[in-house]
Design a protein around this ligand. Structure first.
Ligand SMILES: [Zn+2]
Length: 275
């Protein structure tokens, strides 16, 4: 099949007919990218769909820059995810970890059976990183012929450190400077006027808030599986003040550059064994 013949649709799996899907699956190095988002509160100023929109938009930018002849397609987005930490806020929808495991494993197994050789989870919701990594391992064991790569939009992008203050990198966990700025770049009409600063280690000891014990952390080394209400009344964890579209444009470029390079490297590789 001429892979480039469907590039005008950014190589969307669901736009193929069944014969094209069959050919796509059997193409050497066939790779699918599954965008994962969430439908969860993002403070009083960002929409529920924030993470979903990020994974779709960044991936769309990345696919515009990938060479046309690569056998890579995007799957329909999973726009409701695993968001139990935000269920205390109205609007949030969350699937159980058990259901996510079952759903992703069933779909993944069908894709492997068709012959696809790689499946990338392109996830933009921080609260499901660990779950998707565990699911990826289980799926790989079940379908050893298909590589499974569970990545997180904001992870491993070194250039973000040059664009964001340390406080945001370390404690801007949710709906803070980075996410608000990126949304101002991608979809400014969905961004409200408020710019809360809430939650995080420095402010977690305020009235009615739980203080993270010394030596423990929100994420990282010794994490404490926080629920948003432990830390924040507004739903924001971090500081959204100073968010702006120029920073958002820079973040967008950094993310697109990073993931374009990683997808090109992946497609040039033989991982795991695509002979
Ligand atoms: Zn988010």
């Amino acid at each position: 099949m001429e892979v480039s013949s469907i590039s005008s649709n950014l190589r969307k799996y669901a736009f193929l007919n069944w014969q094209e899907a069959s050919e796509a699956a059997l193409t050497k190095g066939s790779t699918l990218v599954w965008p994962f988002g969430a439908c969860e509160q993002h403070g009083p100023h960002l929409p529920l769909i924030t993470d979903t929109l990020f994974s779709e938009k960044i991936l769309s930018d990345v696919f515009e820059r990938l060479p046309n002849d690569l056998p890579i397609w995007t799957l329909p987005t999973q726009s409701i995810g695993f968001s139990p930490e935000h269920l205390g806020f109205s609007g949030t929808l969350s699937l159980s970890g058990e259901l996510m495991l079952k759903m992703v494993t069933e779909v993944g197994t069908q894709l492997a059976k068709m012959g696809f050789q790689r499946l990338v989870f392109f996830n933009a919701h921080g609260g499901q990183i660990g779950l998707l990594q565990a699911i990826a391992r289980e799926l790989r064991v079940k379908c050893p012929s298909m590589a499974v790569l569970p990545c997180f939009l904001w992870s491993g992008v070194d250039s973000l450190r040059d664009l964001l203050p340390d406080s945001e990198v370390e404690q801007g966990l949710h709906a803070a400077l980075a996410e608000t700025s990126l949304m101002l770049s991608l979809k400014p009409d969905l961004v409200g006027k408020e710019r809360p600063a809430d939650g995080g280690l420095n402010t977690a000891c305020g009235e009615n808030k739980i203080c993270v014990p010394d030596g423990w952390s929100l994420e990282g080394a010794a994490p404490c599986a926080w629920l948003t209400h432990d830390l924040s009344d507004s739903g924001v964890i971090g500081d959204s003040k100073g968010s702006n579209s120029a920073l958002g444009n820079d973040l967008r470029k950094a993310l697109v550059d990073h993931w374009t390079a990683l997808f090109i490297n992946l497609m040039a590789s033989k991982w795991p064994d695509v002979e």
